[in-house]
Design a binder for this molecule. Structure first.
Ligand SMILES: Cc1cc2nc3c(=O)[nH]c(=O)nc-3n(C[C@H](O)[C@H](O)[C@H](O)COP(=O)(O)OP(=O)(O)OC[C@H]3O[C@@H](n4cnc5c(N)ncnc54)[C@H](O)[C@@H]3O)c2cc1C
Length: 464
């Protein structure tokens, strides 16, 4: 799913001019709670959305949702999630700058509270508000290592709910997210840049305290005026640099960052489009309702799963995000066939190495079982599957502990805490070396903002 891109980014990179195509989504997401509760759909048509909230979930739920959105506006604005090239502030600065006691209390709840502290304010009834409580809890925890009742989880909920100032809706990229990287490559080549793919950087070359290039695995050395690393901080500083190049306090700071990957990711080839069954059967009338969303248990069950995860055990109730992208992009599979993906959370990533392969496969079965509860034909339609855990992500992409967020969305790791040098969002204590990926503000997601911000900082400081 592509979040709305910042206007500056779209203008600078001209994805469409470089061959990328975007697909609008009539139904951006469907959220399926435990049996007995109603599904919640997110339509891109505003009127349809309001009608769905009002008539299917009732005026109280609709009002609760609108009030929650309203509540999030101020903290989300100070988080600056979608603004290009801004210097992030510290939590302390933001609290001190709050214009009133009420505003400060609002920020404190977001920075210190649990997701459920926030959700209970707007959706207090565990039965009537079951769907909203489940969905919002999942939104709060899926880029953290926390349960919805764990202090600090409110932050990620507001971060997820933050709206891009330029507006816009969630979309798909035709052919998959990689098409954006290909468009970016074409744009670079157009400006006479060179892109080398599948090249492993073995080390960053430092001479007299300054980064002056990189050495590739094949031994080739590329010299440069500035080096930008898109890797997370431990990967950059502890794998690509040797100890003597790093100040000891930086070493300690980097090692203290919480990087965990409590997830499994499944990819499927399907020989047909699965249908909803049982109490969900009525959803089949809108084909787009099968595009994707979340299948989420109640917050208490998620908290129990988080606790289990901490003990190295499989979750009792696995929350999942799922997608069948061929519903909107048939170019991804031969006619009649489909592909699907699922992301299951609370994989016990701290279990001993020797157990994690078995746990991953067991969790994959849990994920398929959960999808099959809503779409009974799902398992029989599987032609082939691939199962990845965060361990694969660590091995294949060099992400520390398989953490795709490059530093979990925990309040103490966000905003100014993502920066390493005062007054800069991207500089490092090593001259000539900058960070340009998700480990910088505003953090993870395919937004291009860390790269955009870094490029501008480097242009200003080093190349003008
Ligand atoms: C299963 C899953 C689903 C997701 N879904 C979404 C979604 O729907 N929407 C969304 O916005 N975000 C999503 N994300 C998050 C998103 O993928 C990340 O936030 C984003 O990719 C971070 O981008 P990045 O460029 O900063 O870092 P990365 O994407 O981690 O890029 C780092 C790159 O560096 C390469 N690399 C590592 N070491 C070396 C080396 N030594 N030499 C050379 N290259 C190296 C890696 O191979 C990798 O390509 C998802 C993540 C996962 C894991």
């Amino acid at each position: 799913m592509l979040f709305p891109l910042a206007t500056e980014v779209t203008e600078a990179l001209d994805f469409e001019g470089n061959g990328a195509e975007f697909i609008d989504l009539p139904v951006m997401a469907i959220n399926l709670p435990n049996p007995g509760a109603k599904p919640l759909l997110f339509y891109s048509n505003r009127l349809k959305q309001l009608r769905h909230l009002l008539f299917d979930h009732g005026p109280r739920a609709m009002l609760g949702f609108l009030k929650l959105m309203r509540f999030c506006e101020y903290p989300a604005a100070v988080m600056d999630r979608f603004t290009a090239g801004h210097l992030p502030k510290t939590i302390e600065e933001l609290l001190a700058e709050a214009p009133s006691v009420a505003a400060r209390d609002q920020l404190k709840l977001v920075f210190e509270g649990s997701a459920m502290d926030l959700i209970e304010k707007f959706f207090p009834d565990p039965v009537k508000h079951q769907t909203f409580r489940a969905l919002l809890s999942f939104a709060a925890i899926q880029s953290t290592y926390k349960g919805p009742y764990t202090p600090g989880s409110a932050f990620c909920l507001v971060y997820t709910m933050a709206l891009n100032g330029s507006g816009g809706l969630m979309r798909r990229v035709k052919g998959g997210m990689g098409s954006l990287s290909e468009a970016l490559e074409r744009s670079i080549v157009k400006y006479e840049g060179e892109v080398r793919l599948k090249q492993v950087v073995k080390r960053i070359v430092v001479e007299e305290g300054r980064a002056v290039g990189v050495e590739l695995r094949n031994g080739e050395i590329l010299r440069a005026r500035v080096v930008l690393s898109n890797l997370d901080k431990p990967a950059t500083f502890t794998r690509l640099l040797s100890e003597e190049n790093i100040p000891p306090e930086l070493s300690a700071e980097v090692r203290a960052i919480e990087h965990k990957g409590a997830w499994v990711h499944l990819l499927f080839k399907l020989k047909g489009l699965p249908e909803y069954g049982g109490e969900w059967e009525g959803l089949n009338h809108d084909r787009y309702a099968r595009f994707g969303g979340a299948m989420v248990p109640d917050p208490d069950q998620m908290q129990a799963s988080y606790d289990a995860c901490g003990r190295g055990e499989l979750p009792s109730h696995v929350p999942i995000a799922f997608q069948i992208p061929t519903v909107v992009d048939p170019s991804l599979a031969p006619e009649g066939a489909h592909i699907a993906s699922a992301y299951g959370f609370f994989f016990p990533c701290d279990a001993p190495d020797s157990e994690r392969g078995k746990l991953r496969d067991e969790m994959a079965e849990q994920v398929i079982d959960r999808i099959s509860r809503y779409m009974p034909s799902f398992r029989d339609l599987i032609v082939e599957r691939a199962v990845f855990s965060s361990d694969h992500f660590a091995a294949m992409h060099g992400a520390t502990n398989g953490d795709f967020t490059h530093g979990l969305i925990h309040p103490e790791q966000m905003l100014a805490a993502r920066a390493l040098v005062k007054g800069s969002a991207h500089a490092t204590p090593i001259a000539g070396l900058y960070l340009c990926g998700a480990s910088c503000h505003p953090g993870p997601g395919v937004t291009f903002l860390p790269g955009y911000g870094c490029a501008h900082e480097v242009l200003d400081k080093e190349l003008r």
